[in-house]
Ligand binder design. Structure first.
Ligand code: DP6
Length: 391
């Protein structure tokens, strides 16, 4: 038998992928750009074991067995088995896959990108596949191709109808902009949402604005973003990030029937970010939202403590916290500056609108874990070792 374990990062787009030109091949209508987040705070972990004893391929996700016949999963399995570089008959052995996230699944964070990136990275190790495998990750979930590398990453839409040039490429490594920090603001929300796959399908079918965005806005904006990252120009980076997130959600509103992902708390955070930037007389924070109400903030390290003091003042944590509220890199807590509070002058919110905050940084791509104790499957039976602790 053979067993491998891998971890892979979450990524948060600053130029959004929203809309496919080919549903089957998962080819986008525009380029997108994201930052890969540090796996220390947010990651998927996957163990894959291959054995001649196994009767069938099986998969467990976050503690529960799932159907292996999911189309996107099969895209990845078939794609990697085709590329396998092994000389023994392991290629024909059945595999057991066990995958989990190190963050609560209920948080509504885009977990499919990290999950598919991790699956593909682990399959690459198992089958000794070399070269660019971002296209295989893309066939699981579009945004997953950007989680195949660290730093800032651009997914080039490509022009080949078969998708051979629709690949993710690193713009810069994580060490290029070490002052960059990310705050994931996890919003309390129980609504059932329209999946991003369904939302973008509807947008492609009905939104005029999406056509305009893909043809006339993103090509220029993605190049400007690329340049802002290379130059470490935070103000430009922040402005483009904000505008692109708002345009993606405008497209969602322009979709028929419309998809609403942001909620009142998201919009309260958006107002707070703009008021804070104008009170500071400088763009100090950028926000972005994906297919859910959570807000991700990009900010320079030197401004984190000040922004958190303002955030805690206007949107205080719940009085009866049951979970750790500030996760990730420790934050120095300071009192909010009186002059900033006076300039911002917004209404103070009731405590508890946010579930918690994750403070993280830009990090590396997938990693292999070689220690026996990191495996999620037991090496005798190939069954999950423990049930999930993060719910
Ligand atoms: C809003 O990658 O989840 O997060 O390709 O259908 O799996 P599929 O979609 P997915 O879309 C994510 C879209 C987004 C924006 C982004 O990450 O660029």
């Amino acid at each position: 038998m053979s067993i491998v374990t891998c971890i892979a990062p979450v990524n948060i787009a600053v130029i959004k992928y929203w809309g496919k030109r080919d549903e089957n091949l998962i080819l986008p209508v525009n380029d997108s750009i994201s930052a890969t987040l540090d796996t220390e705070h947010l990651c998927a972990r996957t163990t894959i074991m291959a054995s001649p004893e196994f009767k069938e391929d099986r998969i467990w996700l976050n503690g529960k067995e799932q159907s292996i016949n999911n189309k996107r999963l099969q895209n990845c399995l078939i794609g990697m088995r085709k590329r396998a570089q092994i000389s023994n008959d392991m290629e024909c052995w059945k595999i057991h896959i066990c995958s989990e996230n190190n963050f609560p699944t209920a948080a509504g964070l885009a977990s499919s990108a990290a999950g598919y990136a991790c699956l593909v990275a682990a399959l690459a190790k198992l089958y000794k596949v070399e070269g660019d495998i971002s296209a295989v990750a893309r066939s699981g979930s579009g945004s997953a191709c950007r989680s195949m590398m660290g730093g800032f990453v651009r997914w080039h839409m490509g022009s080949d109808p078969k998708g051979s040039d629709s690949l993710a490429k690193q713009i810069v490594s994580p060490s290029h902009w070490p002052e960059m920090r990310v705050l994931v603001l996890v919003v309390n929300d129980g609504r059932k949402k329209v999946s991003s796959a369904l939302g973008m399908k509807r947008s492609i079918e009905t939104s005029e604005l999406l056509k305009y965005r893909a043809e006339h806005v993103v090509p220029r904006r993605a190049n400007e973003m690329n340049e802002a990252i290379l130059q470490k120009n935070f103000e430009k980076f922040a402005e483009l990030t904000i505008k692109d997130s708002n345009q993606m959600h405008a497209v969602c509103q322009d979709t028929y029937p419309p998809c609403h992902y942001m909620n009142d708390v998201s919009f309260t955070l958006v107002n707070l970010a703009h008021s804070y930037n104008s009170a500071a007389n400088e763009i100090k924070v950028a926000y972005t939202c994906d297919a859910g109400p959570n807000v991700t903030v990009y900010i320079l390290e030197k401004n984190v403590a000040e922004f958190i003091s303002i955030l805690d003042f206007y949107i205080p944590p719940a009085d009866d916290l049951t979970v750790e509220y500030r996760k990730g890199i420790p934050i120095q807590l300071i009192s909010p500056k009186q002059d900033l509070i006076e300039k911002i002058n917004l209404e103070k919110q009731v405590p508890g609108l946010l579930k918690y905050i994750i403070h993280t940084r830009v990090g590396d791509g997938p990693k292999y874990l070689s220690d026996q104790k990191d495996h999620l499957l037991d090496t005798k039976m190939g069954l999950p070792i423990r049930s999930l602790t993060h719910q």
